[in-house]
Every structure is written in structure tokens, then in C-alpha cells.
Design a protein around this ligand. Structure first.
Ligand code: ADP
Ligand code: MG
Length: 686
């Protein structure tokens, strides 16, 4: 007997729904795309309970006649393509003709739609893929689609829906995306009657960005305009390097008006910032890539959030170059390192040189970035032992010669000084910055760094001599470096007998102990001290505040606003006093005692972005750690701050009293050691 059956439609639709409909935001995506394809000028999205109970999208687009309203729910029913050839140049957002069928198979759906000419609107009700009712109804030109009780007939999927806050976050993010992609369309989003986003039709992207993110965000934007029309025209905005994000959440990327999550573009964007932004820090971006329709395949993923470019490398180049020239025209980069494709090879070389130098300067740690540090620490079998209380009590501390307040006050003056020394600003930045190229994201061994560093040295010498008109390149033999001997220090190797000698680059304290030389990163050391302090004060409910003379106001993005209500109580337990004003404006009335007022906003923005939807579900404890770490980072003295010996001593003493003197709250090493015995080895004295 044969065993293969054709599945009934409602079953195959549910299977398709598995891919298309993941959560309320994915339903909203399909409905909003349909409204845009129908040339709506106004789109209103109302949700209840984060879209789990109700998700309603109304538009004033071209609407559907009765036959179409019924056909729309059939699988593979679409008005947007006719032949397979049409798949090669898709100009609409939709084309698969399966969204409505999928959605209707897993929810209770009501469609009301009217075209300009029709006498009456048509109302169609479908539940779990079964047609329940069709009749005339009243509705102005356009379409309203209500989706109730998502996954009511698929309990397994319903279980995977997250909290209302999480789903609202995703919805808000989605609507923000489409609002940015279509400034000409007015958007409104309400959640359980509360207005989350409302923007009137805007004349251009800049005005739309202003409506959504507020004036401050706009101040930090650089205009991007580049690429070639045969490959990819790149336009939009990216943030100035001072606007730093810890996630890619503020990167809105569009390909031919379609919101995509594209790693290729994300990476190319980061490459554009190579040498101006450190590793793990991301710019904000509103980037529009316009390619000839046949250059891109959008039929890659059922949810259409991925695309495939025919000429991948060319698109990546176009994005990177456009971003670099935006940075260059704003003075963040030398103009000659960007430009025409003939200069591309030179430019790459120049970039590599900058990157190598930056790496040499910033990667004083042979173990590199936090994650690679963890990897290589594991690889060489090093273990971070937890601190031993007994051992700690044996350490005696000299009484701190200076007060913390004094120390911090100095720290706060630091950035002003830095700003004055504009000449060295570039060098300073190099200390803090790490190149972002893909190769460099991988773990690199200490010896590779040594090699690249000495290669860089000879490169400089070469180019210097070339500039002198001297054709003979001077190149030093690679210096035998002690780099490979420098190691992270574990807690039990620490003695109390640490004596500061001075600073390297005004950023790292050079010290000795009985074992040899130590390098202490002053910023992360202070970060560790403050982190412990904040955590202790918070848990004993003794957080100190400083009132601001004039409250600072701060505009939240819609997504930040969604996170705000959740995080605000935690922030207040650290000494913030915050007040939600009308709309998405927040007033900062008081800040934690040590936090410089001018850092408060940055810190808030950072926290609201790190505490993303996923973390909202996680323990409050984790959020408190995030807040303490971020506070510590913003309040700590910066690199490139000259310190008197006394202050170095103070810092070291306090560091030794912390819970984990050798690692910073973000997991980076605080102290490196170059042991005397290795120095002896290096000089062939053993
Ligand atoms: P697709 O968008 O891929 O064509 P859908 O299942 O999303 O498939 O929609 C099926 C069809 O229903 C569309 O091709 C379009 O003709 C029609 N349609 C859906 N939503 C709307 C709307 N808001 N306004 C006008 N027509 C719509
Ligand atoms: Mg569609």
C-alpha cells in the first residue's frame, strides 16, 4: 500500500507558518510590508499584550476587491509577481504569497479591505486556516488586518512566546526600522492603548531620524553617500566615533528598502571604522544600499530578512569606502586614505599599517581581547584562581595617602586636558583602539603580534626614507622582544609589595614587585575598584547621589523606552534619580556620586542598550552587575592621564583590596607581569 499523502492545505500552511511566523513582530513585519507594497501613506499598528492577544495593522493603501480579499489567504496567492522570471527583479517587499495564508493558519484573523472604486468594504474572518465568514462592511479605502490569539491552535509555539516586554521590544524595533526606511509614510504604534511611536510623514530620512531619535542623535550623525549605481549606491547616516554602542542594535540596514540582518554589511560597516573605533564597540547607522534589482537575490529566507548579493565583495567595498569617506570628510580620518579604487591598494596598506600600530600600542596584552584572552588563557593552561581570603588577610596595606574624592576629581579633569592636546589625540586614540578587521577578530598569538609590530616598524622606516627621497630602505632586524614572556598575573602571584616606578604612555603604571616588572592598566584597575565599591554600596542600600543643579534631559529611542521602565528601579538603587517626562523624554535629576555628570547620559544610553530584550528575562542580579560595570567604566580615570606616584600607590593599594584585582569587570586583565627570570633569559644570562 502506498504511504505518501499530500498534506491538506491547513497543515501545509501551518508548516510554512513555522518559518514565517516566529513571534508577533514577524506577523507585524508581513502586515506592514503588505501595507507599504499597497502604497499606504499612513500605517497604524495597535497591539495588546505585546501582540500576543491582538495585533492590528491599518493602512490607507489601495485595498482589495472581494475576490482578492478571499484569494489573499490562499497559499502562493500574490499580486506581486507572475512568472518565475519576475523573481529575478523583485521591486516589492512581498512576493512569496504565503504570509497571509501562514498567519491565518495559526491565529484568528479578520481582514477588512476596500478599494477606491468599490461600493463597500469586504470583511473576511478566518480562524486556524478555516474560512468563517465573508460579508460587506464599512471601511474607508485601505485595509485593516487584525490578528488575534496568535498560536491559539499551536500550544507548542505559544509556549515560546516571551514576556510582553520582550515582544513589545521586538515590535518597536521592527516598526522603527520601517519608519526609517519610509520617511514619507506616517506611522503610529500603540501597545495596550499606550502610544509607543508616532511620526508624521517626513520630507526625508534626516527629518524622520529626528522624529524618532531626537536632536542629540542627529548631532552625532555623518552623512554617507557613495558607491556606484551598477553595483551598490550607499546612502544614509553613520554616527561620529564619539557615539559608541556596545551592540549592533542601533544599526539599521536596508537593501533596496528592505530591512535586513546582514552580516556582510555589518562587517563592512565595522571595517569602515577600522582604526577609529575599538573592538567590541559599534557605531550607530542608518544605511541604505540600493542595488540594481537583478544584483540581489531576496528569495533566500522565508522571512526575507536575508539577501544574497551577486557581487558580494564589490558591495562590501562600496559600503566600507562610503563609510570611510564620510568619516574622512568629517575629519576623523585622513582624506588621502580613502578614495578611488586605484588608490585602494595603497589605502589597504595604509590601513594595515595604522591597524598594526594601533595593535602594537593597544595590545600590550599579548592575549588580546577579552574573549581571546579567555581562550588563550585556557589554551596555555593558566587558571584564574579565586581569591583566597586567608592570603588576602596576610597582605598589609599602607594607609591610602590620598582620598578617593581627590583622585576622582583629578580623573574628571583628565578629559579636558586630553581635548587640549589635539596633536596627541590621535596617538591616544590608538592606545584605546583596536582594529576591527575580520582576521584580527581571531585569536592571535603573542608572537604573531611581535612579528607584526616589528614589520610595522620596518614599514615606517621604509616609508620615512622613501619620503626623504632615499631609495635605500633602512630596515631594522626584528627586535628580540620580551613580549612573549609577559603574562597575565593570577591572584595568588600577587604580593603586597608592589612599587610603582612611573607610567607608560600615561596609561599603564610600570611597577616592580619581588618577581619582576608589572604593567597595570590604570583605567581597568580603577574600574575594578569602583565596580566593587558600587556593588557593595548598592547591596547595602547606601548608594550615594549627587543632585544635578539643572536636571539633564535625555531622549530615549522607542526601543530604549521599552527597556527603561524595566531598568529604572535598578538604576535608582545605584543613586540615579530619573523621571520620565512626557513621551520618550527622561530627566536625570541626580547621578551616582562619582559619576561625572557629563558621562551620565552616555552611561544611561549604554545600559538601556545592553539590557536588551533577551536580558530582560534574566536575573535582576545580572542587570545590577551590568549597571555597576558600566558605572565603573564611565567613572574611572581614563587612559592617557598622567598620574603622580602617590596616586599610583593609592590605586595599587585599593586594587589589591578588591575581590578580583587581576581582572576587570568586563573580564580583561588588569595586570601583566614580565618576570625577572624571563628578562634574564631574554638577555641570555641564564
Ligand atoms: P505577498 O505579499 O508575498 O504577495 P501576502 O500573503 O502577504 O503575499 O499577501 C497576498 C496578497 O494580498 C498580496 O499580493 C496583495 O495583493 C494582497 N494584500 C495583502 N495585504 C494587503 C494590503 N494591506 N493592501 C492591499 N493588498 C494587500
Ligand atoms: Mg506580503
Amino acid at each position: 500500500m502506498s504511504k505518501i499523502r499530500l498534506l491538506p492545505d491547513h497543515v501545509s500552511n501551518q508548516i510554512a507558518a513555522g518559518e514565517v511566523v516566529e513571534r508577533p513582530a514577524s506577523v507585524a513585519k508581513e502586515l506592514v510590508e503588505n501595507a507599504i507594497d499597497a502604497r499606504a501613506t499612513r500605517i497604524v499598528i495597535d497591539v495588546e499584550s505585546g501582540g500576543r492577544r491582538l495585533l492590528k495593522v491599518s493602512d490607507d493603501g489601495e485595498g482589495m476587491v472581494r475576490d482578492d480579499a478571499l484569494l489573499a489567504f490562499e497559499r502562493h496567492a500574490t499580486s506581486k509577481i507572475r512568472t518565475a522570471e519576475d523573481l529575478n527583479s523583485i521591486a516589492t517587499l512581498g512576493f512569496r504569497g504565503e504570509a497571509l495564508a501562514s498567519i491565518a493558519s495559526v491565529a484568528r484573523v479578520e481582514l477588512i479591505s476596500k478599494t477606491e472604486d468599490a461600493a463597500a468594504a469586504t470583511r473576511v474572518v478566518i480562524e486556524g486556516g478555516r474560512m468563517r465568514d465573508v460579508k460587506d462592511a464599512g471601511h474607508p479605502r485601505g485595509t485593516t488586518l487584525s490578528v488575534r490569539d496568535l498560536f491559539f491552535n499551536v500550544p507548542a509555539r505559544r509556549k515560546f512566546l516571551r514576556s510582553e516586554a520582550t515582544e513589545t521590544f521586538h515590535l518597536t524595533n521592527l516598526v522603527t526600522h520601517y519608519a526609517l526606511a519610509h520617511p514619507e509614510i506616517a506611522f503610529t504604534l500603540t501597545n495596550s492603548g499606550r502610544e509607543v511611536l508616532r511620526v508624521a510623514s517626513a520630507k526625508d530620512l534626516r527629518e524622520r531620524a529626528y522624529q524618532i531619535f531626537g536632536p542629540e542623535f542627529l548631532d552625532n550623525l555623518l552623512e554617507v553617500s557613495g558607491g556606484h549605481k551598477h553595483v551598490a549606491v550607499v546612502s544614509g547616516y553613520v554616527s561620529a566615533p564619539r557615539d559608541r554602542r556596545t551592540s549592533r542594535d542601533a544599526q539599521y540596514l536596508f537593501v533596496n528598502g528592505r530591512f535586513v540582518r546582514d552580516q556582510l554589511i555589518g562587517r563592512a560597516l565595522s571595517e569602515g571604522y577600522r582604526s577609529v573605533l575599538p573592538h567590541g564597540v559599534y557605531p550607530a547607522a542608518l544605511l541604505f544600499i540600493q542595488t540594481p534589482l537583478e544584483e540581489v537575490d531576496v528569495n533566500v529566507h522565508p522571512a526575507k530578512t536575508e539577501v544574497r548579493f551577486r557581487r558580494v565583495a564589490a558591495v562590501a567595498d562600496a559600503v566600507r569606502e562610503a563609510v570611510r569617506s564620510a568619516l574622512a570628510s568629517a575629519g576623523y580620518m585622513l582624506p588621502e586614505v580613502t578614495g578611488s579604487s586605484t588608490a585602494l591598494a595603497d589605502q589597504r596598506e595604509a590601513d594595515d599599517l595604522v591597524a598594526v600600530l594601533a595593535a602594537a600600542a593597544s595590545d600590550y596584552s599579548p592575549l588580546g581581547t577579552p574573549s581571546s584572552a579567555a581562550n588563550s588563557a585556557a589554551a596555555v593552561g593558566e587558571q584564574r584562581a579565586p581569591i583566597e581570603p586567608a592570603r588576602q588577610s596576610r597582605i598589609e596595606f599602607a594607609s591610602p595617602p590620598i582620598q578617593e574624592d581627590e583622585f576622582l576629581a583629578e580623573g574628571r579633569r583628565g578629559p579636558d586636558r586630553v581635548a587640549l592636546k589635539s596633536d596627541t589625540a590621535r596617538d591616544l586614540d590608538a592606545i584605546n583602539r583596536r582594529p576591527l578587521s575580520a582576521e584580527r577578530n581571531s585569536v592571535e598569538s603573542a608572537s604573531q603580534f611581535v612579528e607584526t609590530a616589528s614589520k610595522a616598524e620596518s614599514l615606517i622606516l621604509e616609508s620615512a626614507s622613501a619620503a626623504d627621497g632615499n631609495t635605500k630602505a633602512i630596515s631594522l632586524p626584528p627586535l628580540a622582544s620580551a613580549d612573549k614572556f609577559a603574562r597575565e598575573v593570577t591572584v595568588e602571584e600577587l604580593s603586597s609589595n608592589i612599587r610603582p616606578l612611573g607610567q607608560l604612555d600615561e596609561s599603564f603604571i610600570i611597577a616592580t614587585d619581588d618577581e619582576g616588572l608589572l604593567l597595570i592598566d590604570q583605567h581597568v584597575a580603577h574600574e575594578r575598584i569602583l565596580f566593587d565599591k558600587y556593588r557593595a554600596l548598592e547591596s547595602s542600600r547606601l548608594a550615594e547621589s549627587q543632585n544635578l543643579l539643572i536636571p539633564e534631559t535625555f531622549d530615549l529611542t522607542p526601543a530604549q523606552a521599552a527597556a527603561f521602565d524595566y531598568v529604572a528601579p535598578e538604576l535608582e538603587s545605584y543613586g540615579f534619580e530619573l523621571m520620565r517626562l512626557s513621551g520618550r523624554t527622561v530627566a536625570i535629576k541626580a547621578t551616582p556620586a562619582d559619576l561625572p555628570a557629563n558621562e551620565a547620559r552616555n552611561m544611561l544610553a549604554e545600559i538601556l542598550e545592553t539590557v536588551d530584550a533577551e536580558k530582560k528575562g534574566s536575573a535582576r542580579e545580572a542587570i545590577r552587575d551590568d549597571i555597576a560595570a558600566s558605572l565603573a567604566c564611565h567613572a574611572a580615570i581614563k587612559v592617557n592621564m598622567p598620574l603622580a606616584l602617590e596616586k599610583m600607590r593609592w590605586l595599587i593599594d585599593r586594587l589589591l583590596q578588591t575581590s578580583s584585582p587581576t581582572t576587570c569587570p568586563h573580564g580583561r586583565p588588569v595586570i601583566l607581569r614580565l618576570a625577572t627570570r624571563d628578562i634574564l633569559k631574554g638577555f641570555h644570562r641564564t
